[in-house]
Write a protein that binds this ligand. Structure first.
Ligand SMILES: *Cc1c(COP(=O)(O)O)cnc(C)c1O
Length: 380
């Protein structure tokens, strides 16, 4: 089946043998009747497995061209599960321009447990090799990155990972499988904050992982069950419903993203616009090669370039809502320096380009004229 068909039908076969309901039922149960000790129909207890969650997990695997999917209570819970594959002394190389919560989890929790992290720029994949040694176990990539929209060549990084027998994980939250398929490009693990585009309606917090390797899947299933950071069936239902329109929403996010990026670029008060669809974006060629479109995420700075000017703009927006998060049907604006990236030390933040005046937009699927008019009045 092709992608648009899989978003609707992937992993959704016969999920209601009792009545044949077309939608996967919400199995709101913690436990399952056994006919004899151990005699069950595949489910024993909802931490280790729930039919609604199983349906979503197969759907996640299906849309990412993977074999095994796992759902968690949040994106960070999914990352936490990946990091529990490792032990003290192991080393992880990560992109330096990444989601603030991931950075916090890496440095404030797992560094304390003895895992060593190297945060580096990966726009030139060859730069990774000098950080690899016999303790290196994982390369962590976020592309497009947050909030600078840099693009990392997944295929190039995967060649290096394979050469040194290191796992490669890709946070595919921004691109979604509609735009980019990291497993096909050589990644071993895909991570999602399903809170964003997969859910798509800003009404649920959830995380997901997709892998192809059976042994790796078994280890992750064990961690999911043993640590217990699972999500409830109601939330699984909502994310499944969201994914059914992923392809339609992403198409419009891309169109509106392009319109807003072009408007901002031509605005006299705007300084820089970071959007991978621009020909002069430093990684445009890689974006074109590995992505089907350029998405609805972008960021920009103003010529006035002060904290005050950025705050004034985001406070004056009326159609865009000032809020954390992204990927919903509605347009959101954020101020990374004081919101999503506040947990990253200022020197680190500025080094990666997150200046005080930077504004990040998650362009929704409203009418583009209304979005542009809103930005125009707020900037002026
Ligand atoms: C939101 C986000 C996360 C964390 O996911 P939660 O669902 O909020 O725990 C991780 N990576 C990226 C790129 C995100 O945008």
């Amino acid at each position: 089946m092709k992608f648009n068909t899989r978003t609707i039908h992937g992993g959704q076969k016969d999920t209601d043998p009792a009545y044949g309901s077309v939608m996967t039922p919400i199995y709101q149960t913690s436990t399952y009747k056994q006919s004899t000790p151990g005699g069950h129909k595949g489910f024993e207890y909802s931490r280790s497995g729930n039919p609604t969650r199983s349906a979503l997990e197969s759907l996640l695997a299906s849309i990412e061209n993977g074999k095994f999917g796992l759902a968690f209570g949040s994106g960070l819970a999914a990352i936490d599960a990946v990091l529990k594959l490792f032990k003290p002394g192991d080393e992880i190389i990560s992109t330096n321009d990444l989601y603030g919560g991931s950075y916090r989890l890496f440095t404030k929790l797992f560094e304390g447990l003895g895992i060593k992290f190297h945060f580096i720029g990966m726009q030139n994949a060859d730069a990774i090799e000098e950080f690899i040694n016999e303790n290196t176990k994982l390369i962590w990539v976020e592309t497009p990155s947050n909030p600078m929209m840099s693009i990392i060549d997944i295929e190039a990084v995967s060649k290096i990972a394979k050469k040194h027998e290191v796992l490669l994980a890709v946070d595919n939250t921004f691109a979604t499988p509609y735009l980019q398929l990291p497993l096909d490009l050589g990644a071993d693990i895909i991570m999602h904050s399903a809170t964003k585009y997969l859910g798509g309606h800003s009404d649920v917090v959830m995380g997901g992982l997709v892998v192809n390797d059976e042994k790796l899947a078994e280890k992750l299933y064990f961690i999911q069950k043993a640590s217990g950071a699972i999500c409830g069936p109601q939330d699984c239902f909502l994310v499944m419903r969201g994914i059914k329109t992923l392809h339609l929403r992403m198409q419009r996010h891309c169109e509106n993203g392009e319109a807003v990026a072009n408007f901002l670029r031509s605005h006299p008060k705007v300084d820089k616009v970071f959007w991978p669809g621009f020909k002069n974006h430093p990684n445009h060629d890689i974006a074109k090669k590995q992505m089907k479109g350029f998405g609805g995420m972008l960021s920009f700075s103003t010529k006035e370039n002060t904290l005050e000017s950025a705050i004034r703009i985001v406070e004056n927006l009326k159609v865009f809502t000032l809020a954390e998060s992204l990927g919903g049907v509605e347009s959101l604006a954020g101020h990374p320096a004081s919101m999503t990236h506040a947990s990253i030390p200022k020197e680190e933040r500025i080094k990666t380009g997150v200046v005080d005046s930077l504004i990040r937009l998650s362009v929704g699927i409203e009418d583009e004229e209304d979005l542009i008019a809103d930005l125009e009045q707020a900037i002026n």
